[in-house]
Design a binder for this molecule. Structure first.
Ligand SMILES: *[C@@H]1O[C@H](CO)[C@@H](O)[C@H](O)[C@H]1NC(C)=O
Length: 428
């Protein structure tokens, strides 16, 4: 569902075609590759899940015998059972990402919302907090439109570049290093809200989007390569294994590596494992670049039915048995460095006590500590308290201070909506 305005929408099928109607009396087909006027419908909504769909200045659509939709309902339908009243179901992805925020508010309001957000969400005080807790780096997610600041393509609004500049300068003040993480690539590399997908699809792996993405990497590398706070550039966050073929991804990573090297002989180039059904070893064997290369793995005991009914003890055992052995194998793989670039002290287990969380956190910190590059917590600040690193520290849910000589690292999301962390031990 593409929202054009509060009342106008375009409807897209799973194959990518848009519903189209030539006018009054005509049937609706899903044939259009891109949307324009004939693909734009007005939707009226009642009680959240009942809708009427009509042509602009035309009749309402109705279902006819034979499962056709036609634009010929006589008059105005009521909300009783009739052939022009549809039930709307949000099936999978109820997206609340940067795209939806900016598109939903409209340019002026979104600009104001994001300005206030950026002014208050991550400030120099947060860097002071990081410094006081021995954290030595931040992983900062950015969206592709940052390269077009201050006037990025609609619906995105400017301001992210200034926020990134601020983060670099605050980081420098506190002797903290920065990783820039391309979290949202043009077209979306995983269909999720945090990659700024418009409608849940993954459009990224086309040559056009890939060359645009390489231009974004060029922009970021050229701007920050000589900044003393730069640690590395992560070429793409969480590409989807279901939609992004390995050979396409490896070719992109190799080109991205060369672009970063054009500007910096030493900045780390970080490549992220595919999410879904993919073995991280695939990137260790890919020969992406010759030096200062890092593979980023994300370790969540979440997002998979595998974890659904696990007890606290099951969760902790999983960290020791599965995560630890994988980490050791990759550390010893004589390839890129290992980076646990996202993890969180949260699980599906719903009745965890403070002690349970401390035990889980201690296990994770202990195991991820062995990653040859480091780790990053997702995230520094979050509206869900267990995802909020500062909350965990202040409320003693994560026995962070008990690990000796911990140094960390972290992040902002595309808009600076999230800030996650990383612990870098061997480097700094
Ligand atoms: C979790 O446990 C519930 C209750 O025993 C069961 O109905 C459900 O199928 C289990 N889910 C999974 C994914 O194992």
């Amino acid at each position: 569902l593409w929202r054009i305005s509060a009342s106008e929408f375009q409807l897209r099928t799973y194959q990518g075609q848009f519903l189209t109607c030539d006018g009054e009396g005509n049937s609706v087909y899903a044939t259009a590759e891109s949307p324009s006027t004939k693909e734009t419908f007005e939707i009226e909504r009642k009680n959240n899940n009942q809708v009427h769909i009509k042509l602009k200045n035309g009749p309402y659509l109705q279902v006819t015998i034979g499962n056709q939709l036609t634009a010929d309902y006589p008059g105005t339908p009521g909300w009783n059972e009739n052939s022009a009243t549809f039930e709307m179901t949000i099936v999978a992805n109820n997206l609340h990402g940067d795209y939806q925020l900016a598109n939903g508010y409209g340019h002026n309001k979104a600009k104001d919302v994001l300005r206030r957000h950026r002014n208050s969400f991550i400030t120099i005080e947060d860097f002071k907090f990081l410094y006081r807790h021995g954290i030595n780096a931040v992983r900062i997610p950015v969206g592709w439109w940052i390269a077009f600041d201050p006037n990025p393509p609609a619906p995105f609004v400017g301001g992210a570049l200034e926020a990134l500049d601020n983060a670099f300068s605050w980081a420098q003040d506190y002797n903290i290093k920065c990783i820039i993480d391309l979290h949202a690539a043009p077209g979306s590399q995983n269909g999720m809200e945090h990659s700024a997908s418009r409608d849940g699809t993954t459009g990224w792996p086309t040559s056009d989007y890939i060359s645009q993405t390489l231009n974004i990497i060029d922009f970021l590398a050229s701007r920050y390569a000589t900044h003393p706070a730069l640690l590395g550039i992560e070429l793409l966050n969480e590409p989807s294994a279901a939609s992004v073929p390995l050979d396409v991804l490896v070719s992109y990573y190799k080109q991205g590596y060369q672009i970063v090297r054009k500007y910096s002989p030493t900045a780390y180039v970080i490549i992220c494992q595919r999410i879904g059904n993919a073995d991280p070893l695939e990137l260790y064997q890919a020969n992406v670049g010759s030096h200062n290369i890092v593979v980023d793995l994300h370790y969540y005991n979440l997002f998979d039915t595998f974890f659904v009914n696990m007890s606290a003890v099951d969760n902790i055992q999983f960290i020791y048995k599965s995560r630890e052995s994988q980490l050791q194998a990759l550390n010893g793989a004589n390839g890129p460095l290992v980076f646990i670039g996202e993890w969180v002290n949260e699980w599906n287990f719903t009745s965890g006590s403070q002690t349970d969380y401390q035990d889980f956190g201690r296990a994770q910190l202990g195991v991820y500590d062995a990653a040859s590059f480091g780790w990053a917590y997702w995230t520094l600040k979050n509206d869900r308290k267990h995802w909020d690193f500062e909350w965990n520290i202040k409320n003693n849910y994560l026995p962070f201070g008990s690990s000796p000589s911990l140094k960390i690292f972290n992040t902002l999301t595309p808009l600076g909506l999230v800030f996650s962390w990383l612990y870098l031990r061997q480097i700094l």
